[in-house]
Design a protein around this ligand. Structure first.
Ligand code: URA
Length: 222
């Protein structure tokens, strides 16, 4: 099924309520480089021992990130929620189900992309991460991106978009417009949790993801 047909299919079945997509062939460029995967493991271990900010005090898990170490596409969300803190995996709650559907509609599955957050530990009560918490965690995300070297980055929601674009503009002004993070094309997209509250905006999110798909297609024929 082509991605656009997939989207029609997902809309027919109700995008928001889509179950975790079935496993498909991972849309990966090539096998992960051992060195990137190995260095990511070292970085993960260092995050697991991190006590740089107050979020480390109450965490159950460090939610480092997961996916392919050589992924062409990397999603950056905000921070782990309760379910992520419990399982140690990013985007496994309700918003994660919608993110899975978005990834599937783009022709990927989780094993072919990489998913991380701006902060790796859960902020209490699911509040937004604070500036000093994002700064304390910055090195982990910067290194993850540097190692994975995605062809395209997608920032999910405001904290990730602000952190990666270095601006504080409203999401309405950022979404759908290409930005760049250290030379990597970056697309800010509404956060899946926001889309669950504002389902009408899924149309805009899908338009933005189509731009990402086009960019990935053109990058793969370069
Ligand atoms: N789960 C995550 O891992 N990140 C978010 O931003 C939201 C939910």
């Amino acid at each position: 099924m082509r991605p656009r047909d997939l989207h029609r299919y997902l809309n027919d079945v109700g995008w928001a309520d889509s179950p975790v997509p079935p496993e498909g062939p991972p849309a990966v460029r090539n096998a992960g480089t051992q060195s990137a995967a190995g260095t990511l493991d070292v970085l993960r271990e260092s995050a697991e021992g991190c006590g740089l900010c107050r979020l480390s005090e109450k965490r159950r898990s460090v939610v480092f990130g997961e996916g392919h170490s050589d992924a062409p596409l990397m999603f950056v969300g905000e921070a782990p929620g309760a379910e992520e803190d419990r399982t140690g995996r990013p985007f496994v709650g309700q918003a994660g189900k919608l993110l899975d559907a978005m990834i599937f509609a783009m022709g990927f599955d989780r094993s072919g992309v990489y998913i991380a957050n701006v902060v790796k530990c859960r902020p209490p009560g699911n509040r937004d991460p604070e500036e000093d918490e994002m700064a304390a965690c910055a090195e982990f995300l910067d290194r993850q991106i540097e190692l994975i070297k995605p062809r395209v980055l997608v920032a999910l929601g405001k904290p990730a978009s602000h952190r990666l674009t270095g601006t504080a503009k409203a999401m309405g002004a950022l979404r759908g417009r290409w930005a760049s993070y250290r030379g990597i094309p970056l697309m800010p997209v509404f956060h899946p949790a926001y889309l669950l509250r504002q389902p009408k905006l899924k149309r805009e999110a899908w338009a933005d993801l189509k731009l990402v798909m086009e960019r990935l297609e053109s990058a793969s024929t370069d």
